[in-house]
Design a binder for this molecule. Structure first.
Ligand code: NAD
Length: 501
C-alpha cells in the first residue's frame, strides 16, 4: 500500500516507490477527491511488471459520499428532458472519440493488450456505447393494453434511482461504458467501480464527463478493491439496482448480498465457450476465425472460444492448420504494431493460467504449441506474457475443459456426430457464447437451437449488433444487457389501469 507524502503538479505525487507517480482520484459530486483513508493501491503495467500509478483504496465511507451525491443529483437528472440528457451523453461520446489515442494508450498500459486493439476495438466501442444509448433513450416507448372498452392499461417506466455498476479488467472502458451509458440514459444516477486492476480509462472518463457538462453527482466513480468498495456498493441500501460483470464466483457473492435486499440484479459472468467446426464448413475461414476467437486480447474475453470441437473427418487437417496459424502469432510489447498478443493482465493471473497448463499435462494433455511464459528482451523483460497454447488429447469432461482459464490456452477435441458435440458443448456449468461452423443450414439451425448458450454465432465470431440481447445462460449470468433490455433494467415498471365505464 502506498501513501502519498508530497503533492506536486495535478496528480503527480511521490510515494514509497521513490519516484513521481500519478495518483488517480475518485470522482464524487463532480470533482476529484482522494480516498478518505489516504490509502492507495499500486497499479502495475503488466507489460513491464512496474508500478506506474496508484489508485484509491476506497472504503465504505467513500462509497457513502458517492451515494449521497448520486441521491442528491437524482431528482433533477431523472426528470431532465430526454433530449437534454441525450445531448450530454452524445457530447461524452464525442469527447471519448477526440481522445482516442490517449485513451487507447492508457488502456494498453493498464491492461497489457496490444495498442492497435485498444485503438481499433476498445475505445471505438466506448464511443459507440455512449452514442447508442444516448439515441436509444429517445426512441424508447411504453405499451398500452386496451381491455375492449372496459379499461385502458398503460405502462410507466421510471428510473430506479441510484444504480451501482461494477466492471472487470479485460475490456475496461468498453464494459464500464456498456453499463454506465444505459444507466445514465434511462435517468438513473450512478455509483460505479472499475476493476482495481485497470482503473485508468475510467479515471480519464471522469475528466471527460466534467468537460461534457454532466451535472455533478450524476456519475460517481469510486476506485478500489471489490471486497471493500465493490461490496459497499452492492450492500448499500440506497442503491436500487446493481449491474455487474465479472467472475461467476464473485457473481455468487454479490447475489447472496443483494438478493435478500431485493435489489434488481444484472449479472454477466464467466464462460467456457465452444467453437464447433463441422466437416462442411468453409475451412480457411473456420481456421482463421477460430484462431482469432481463441487468442484475441490474450484469450481474455469472456466470449473467446476455448474448447474447439472439430468433426472427426477433418480433425487432422484442421488441427495442423490451426496450430500453424496459432504458432505464428507474435507475443510481445503491446506498444508495437507487430505484436498480435500482448501481456497477461497481472502476475497472479499469469500464474493461474500457467497452473492450468500444468493441470492439462497432468490430465494427459499434449501441448501442440506454446505452453510457456515469454520474457521478451528489453523494455518488457519483466512483463507477464504467455505463448498461445493449443492442447489435444483431453477428455471433454476433464477440469481443463470444464473450468474457465481466461487466457491464451485452448483445447482441441474431435467429435463423431451432431448429438455428441451438442452434449460436449453443453457439458459445462457455463452458457455464454458459442460459434458453429457449417455450410448446412439445417445443421446450423438445429445446433443453434440445442446449444445452452446466450449467444450463438454461425460462421462468425464477435459480430455484435448493440441492439441484440447480450448475456449468458446457466452460471454465465442472470438477465441480459444490450438494446432496450439494458435501458429497461435501470427502470421500474408500473401498470396504470383506468376504468372506462
Ligand atoms: P472479478 O469478479 O474478480 O471482478 C470484477 C469486478 O468485481 C471488479 O471491479 C472487482 O473489483 C469487483 N468485485 C470483486 N469482488 C467483489 C465483491 N465481493 N463485491 C463487489 N464487487 C466485487 O472478475 P475479473 O477477474 O475482473 O474479470 C474476469 C471475469 O469476468 C471472467 O470470469 C470473465 O469471464 C468475466 N467477464 C464476463 C463478461 C460477460 O459479459 N459475461 C465480460 C467480461 C468478463
Amino acid at each position: 500500500m502506498a501513501s502519498p507524502s508530497t503533492v506536486s503538479n495535478k496528480n503527480m505525487l511521490s510515494g514509497k516507490h521513490g519516484k513521481s507517480l500519478m495518483y488517480i482520484r475518485n470522482f464524487i459530486n463532480g470533482s476529484h477527491c482522494p480516498p478518505l483513508s489516504g490509502n492507495y493501491i499500486d497499479n502495475v503495467d503488466p507489460s513491464t511488471g512496474n508500478v506506474y500509478s496508484c489508485i484509491p483504496d476506497s472504503e465504505e465511507t467513500d462509497v457513502q459520499q458517492a451515494v449521497e451525491s448520486a441521491r442528491t443529483a437524482f431528482p433533477a437528472w431523472s426528470v431532465m428532458q430526454k433530449q437534454k440528457r441525450s445531448a450530454i451523453l452524445i457530447r461524452i461520446s464525442e469527447l471519448i472519440r477526440d481522445r482516442t489515442e490517449e485513451l487507447a494508450l492508457a488502456e494498453t498500459v493498464d491492461n497489457g493488450k496490444p495498442l492497435w486493439l485498444s485503438r481499433s476495438v476498445d475505445i471505438p466501442r466506448a464511443v459507440s456505447n455512449f452514442h447508442f444509448y444516448a439515441t436509444a433513450a429517445l426512441h424508447d416507448w411504453t405499451e398500452t393494453h386496451n381491455m375492449e372498452g372496459t379499461a385502458l392499461n398503460y405502462t410507466l417506466r421510471n428510473p430506479v434511482g441510484v444504480a451501482g455498476c461494477i466492471s472487470p479488467w479485460n475490456l475496461p472502458l468498453y464494459l464500464f461504458s456498456w453499463k454506465v451509458a444505459p444507466a445514465l440514459a434511462s435517468g438513473c444516477t450512478v455509483v460505479a467501480k472499475p476493476s482495481e486492476v485497470t482503473p485508468m480509462t475510467a479515471y480519464l472518463l471522469s475528466e471527460i464527463c466534467m468537460d461534457a457538462g454532466l451535472p455533478p453527482g450524476v456519475l460517481n466513480i469510486v476506485h478500489g478493491y471489490g471486497h471493500k468498495a465493490g461490496m459497499a456498493i452492492v450492500s448499500h441500501p440506497e442503491i436500487a439496482a446493481v449491474s455487474f460483470t465479472g467472475g461467476t464466483r464473485t457473481g455468487e457473492i454479490i447475489s447472496r448480498t443483494a438478493g435478500p435486499m431485493f435489489k434488481k440484479l444484472s449479472l454477466e459472468l464467466g464462460g467456457k465457450n465452444p467453437t464447433i467446426v463441422f466437416a462442411d464448413a468453409d475451412f480457411d475461414k473456420a481456421v482463421h476465425t477460430s484462431v482469432r476467437a481463441a487468442f484475441s486480447n490474450q484469450g481474455e474475453i469472456c466470449l473467446c472460444g476455448s474448447r474447439i470441437f472439430v468433426e472427426e473427418s477433418i480433425y487432422k487437417k484442421f488441427k495442423t492448420a490451426f496450430v500453424k496459424e496459432s504458432a505464428r502469432l507474435k507475443v510481445g510489447d503491446p506498444l508495437l504494431e507487430e505484436s498480435n498478443i500482448g501481456a497477461i493482465v497481472s502476475d497472479s493471473h499469469m500464474i493461474k493460467i500457467l497452473s492450468y497448463i500444468d493441470l492439462a499435462k497432468q490430465e494427459g494433455g499434449e501441448i501442440l504449441c506454446g505452453g510457456n511464459r515469454v520474457q521478451p528482451k528489453g523494455r518488457c523483460e519483466g512483463g507477464f506474457f504467455i505463448e498461445p497454447t493449443v492442447i489435444e488429447n483431453l477428455d471433454a469432461y476433464c477440469r481443463t475443459n470444464q473450468e474457465e482459464i481466461f487466457g491464451p490456452v485452448v483445447s482441441i477435441i474431435p467429435f463423431r456426430s451432431q448429438e455428441e458435440v451438442i452434449t460436449f458443448a453443453n457439458s459445462t456449468q457455463y452458457g455464454l457464447a458459442a460459434s458453429v461452423w457449417t455450410s448446412n443450414l439445417k445443421t446450423a439451425h438445429t445446433v443453434a437451437a440445442a446449444l445452452q448458450s446466450g449467444i450463438v454465432w454461425i460462421n462468425c465470431w464477435l459480430l455484435r449488433d448493440l441492439r441484440t440481447p447480450f448475456g449468458g445462460m446457466k452460471n454465465s449470468g442472470v438477465g441480459r444487457e444490450g438494446g432496450f433490455e439494458a435501458l429497461r433494467f435501470f427502470t421500474e415498471e408500473k401498470n396504470v389501469c383506468i376504468r372506462l365505464k
